[in-house]
Ligand binder design. Structure first.
Ligand code: ZN
Ligand code: ZN
Length: 251
């Protein structure tokens, strides 16, 4: 079977998506009204993409398979949110993330420890396909999502545009652009010596308090490397809203 087609498409399209989001956000910033309600809407969409789409679904559901939904309809609604969060194909995301967990803080780590750059598109590419990392996610459903995820994102954007062009800006362009920056910050700062450790893991993962307002429970990254479950919480004050949400929808 030619598995290659399940990842080559992703690297290029995520670059297109992020470039559109970045340029669109900058140009749009001079054209849109910066009212309190529109900023609030942008914030809500940002957390929808970042916390639900990426953290809960791409990370804890798809990559770590740390929970299963009790309701199949709900499962597909959340899968749709993971696709419109515009981080590329879930299969590719899982590959990159599992590579990170398999070779953390080494040359083989796709997040390149110690090298920070905003819009680091290179980290979205898979250099060498390792089928053993993603075999379990190459299901019929996932292959279908992989083939058509860009179409779903386009349909989502068109729907927002038709409702209100400002909703397209504050509901997709801006939050997707900010989410890219936040993901870059997370990938870098959760593995440098700026936070604290609850566990002596073999990697350099850290819990970074100041990242919490941006990525919520994912800030407790050392806890996560120690035990990649649906919750990242270890100490009582290490709040993890995604854990709260997962507990309400899981089996
Ligand atoms: Zn890590
Ligand atoms: Zn993980």
């Amino acid at each position: 079977m030619n598995y290659k087609k399940y990842f080559t498409f992703s690297g290029k399209t995520i670059v297109y998506i992020q470039t559109v989001a970045l340029i669109g956000s900058i140009i749009g910033a001079f054209l849109v009204p910066w009212t309190f309600s529109w900023v609030l809407i942008a914030l809500l969409f940002f957390y929808l993409y970042s916390a639900v789409g990426v953290s809960m679904m791409l990370h804890r559901y798809f990559s770590h398979k740390s929970f299963e939904f009790k309701n199949p309809i709900l499962k597909w609604i959340f899968i749709a949110i993971s696709v419109i969060s515009s981080r590329g194909s879930p299969i590719a995301w899982v590959h990159i993330h599992r590579e990170h967990h398999a070779y953390p803080d080494t040359d083989r780590d796709p997040h390149k420890p110690g090298k920070f750059s905003l819009f680091s598109f290179k980290t979205t590419y898979i250099k060498e396909l390792k089928i053993f990392l993603i075999k379990d996610v190459l299901t019929k459903e996932q292959k279908f999502i992989h083939e058509y995820y860009l179409l779903f994102i386009l349909l989502w954007c068109i729907s927002l545009l038709l409702i209100n062009p400002l909703l397209f800006y504050f509901g997709w362009l801006l939050p997707v652009c900010i989410n890219q920056i936040v993901q870059d910050l997370w990938n870098y700062f959760s593995h440098v010596n700026v936070g604290y450790r609850n566990f002596e893991t073999k990697d350099n993962s850290r819990n970074v308090i100041w990242l919490w307002p941006l990525i919520l429970g994912e800030a407790w990254h050392n806890n996560h490397h120690n035990s990649p479950m649906y919750s990242t919480k270890t100490r009582i004050w290490e709040l993890d809203p995604v854990d709260f949400l997962v507990r309400r929808v899981k089996l």
